[in-house]
Design a protein around this ligand. Structure first.
Ligand SMILES: *Cc1c(COP(=O)(O)O)cnc(C)c1O
Length: 375
């Protein structure tokens, strides 16, 4: 056989072409930790726990073997199930809840299908919808909060998945249980409702949006949780979800086989065994958030407006002379990095993670100074 020879007229080989729906994705923009000049700043841009990580979890870190992890995260799933009163067979683990959000879209939607989420929702939903070739459909907000009626009005025969974060990121808004139930009741039975509870541990213990009960009772609800936020284990990438056996089986079929590391499993297990750390984190957040919101609300005559938040961050709107961009730069000059979100349609907002007491005082004082001198 003669080797194929490229003739003068043959065009050069093309590069592999990504799918158009993949090319349409704007990659996730993580919270920064360094200023423009490269100096490290105090990071209040990624909703991490300012108290760090449970000491019990940190001491479990070195104990895990470096060989393949337990592919089923058996001990960790059993502990999660026990804590939440679930059947362990109904718990699926993810490399962060991020993986589970993506798998939920991929498992149930594809080209020609629609995935709904709210404007000012978590930016991963848009990526998850596009990754599998589905069409993202964005429901309008109601003063930055989730509007159940607006969302239900967008449901069509093509709708396959609906994503809701409760509390929501980046707004901090919260839908009470009645609204979540109304949303679920209004959806066709063949639409998967994903209730993302990344910040659920920050709610008062008596506050329950009913998501777990819905996931236990209905075949079309997936609840996702994470060890990244209140547990302070974001670097280990551990999330979990619960839902009907069919949903859990679907996600298990397509998740990474060894998707949670041995170290991550050991640390999460130890973190679950230290409820005092979680409670201290929740109380710190509740108190500092209230203090911070009060100080920012006092700047309303300068156009600053903190949105009500049930999470570990506050979205501050800048509707006066001082702009969010100027405030963002001013805070960076003072050593703080927060999240400015023009890419999410929020050029007027800064999302500020609730940090240590002193830092929140310094930020509130800096915003006051900037607001009073803005022209
Ligand atoms: C932070 C966050 C997550 C969690 O991401 P992980 O992948 O578990 O670190 C999920 N949903 C929302 C709304 C978040 O803000």
């Amino acid at each position: 056989m003669r080797p194929a020879v490229m003739s003068e007229t043959t065009t050069l080989p093309k590069a592999p072409t990504p799918k158009p729906w993949i090319e349409a994705i704007h990659a996730y923009v993580p919270g920064k930790s360094k200023g423009k000049d490269g100096r490290p700043l105090i990071k209040l841009s990624a909703n991490e726990n300012p108290l760090g990580t449970s000491p019990a979890a940190l001491s479990a870190r070195g104990a895990a073997p470096a060989l393949y992890p337990d592919p089923d995260s058996g001990a960790l799933r059993a502990a999660i199930a026990e804590r939440h009163g679930l059947d362990p067979a109904r718990v699926v683990m993810g490399t962060g809840s991020d993986e589970l959000l993506n798998l939920a879209a991929q498992g149930y939607a594809g080209p020609g299908d629609e995935v709904i989420y709210v404007r000012y929702g978590f930016s991963v939903y848009d990526i998850a919808a596009r990754r599998c070739g589905a069409t993202p459909v964005v429901a309008p907000d109601r003063d930055y909060g989730t509007d159940v009626d607006a969302l239900l009005a967008l449901v069509t025969g093509r709708t396959r998945v609906v994503f809701i974060a409760n509390p929501n990121n980046p707004t901090g808004s919260y839908l009470p249980g009645g609204e979540i139930a109304r949303l679920h009741a209004g959806l066709p039975a063949d639409v998967l409702l994903v209730l993302d509870q990344a910040y659920a541990e920050y709610l008062a213990p008596e506050d329950d949006d009913g998501a777990m009960a819905l996931a236990a009772a209905h075949p079309n609800v997936l609840v996702t949780r994470t060890f990244s936020k209140i547990f302070g284990l974001a670097g280990e990438r551990i999330g979990w979800g619960t839902g009907a056996p069919g949903i859990v089986a679907t996600l298990n079929r397509i998740r990474g086989p060894f998707n949670v590391s041995s170290t991550g499993q050991a640390m999460a297990l130890a973190a679950l065994g230290d409820p005092d750390f979680v409670e201290a984190s929740r109380v710190h957040n509740r108190e500092e958030r209230a203090r911070f919101v009060q100080r920012i609300a006092a700047l309303s005559n300068h156009g600053l407006r903190p949105l009500p938040s049930e999470a570990n961050f506050v979205l501050v709107l800048f509707e006066g002379v001082l702009t969010a961009e100027t405030a963002f730069e001013g805070l960076a000059d003072r050593g703080y990095i927060v999240r400015w979100l023009p890419g999410q349609g929020l050029p007027q907002g800064l999302r500020i993670t609730i940090g240590k007491s002193d830092d929140m005082d310094a930020i509130a004082a800096a915003l006051r100074e900037m607001a009073e001198t803005a022209r």
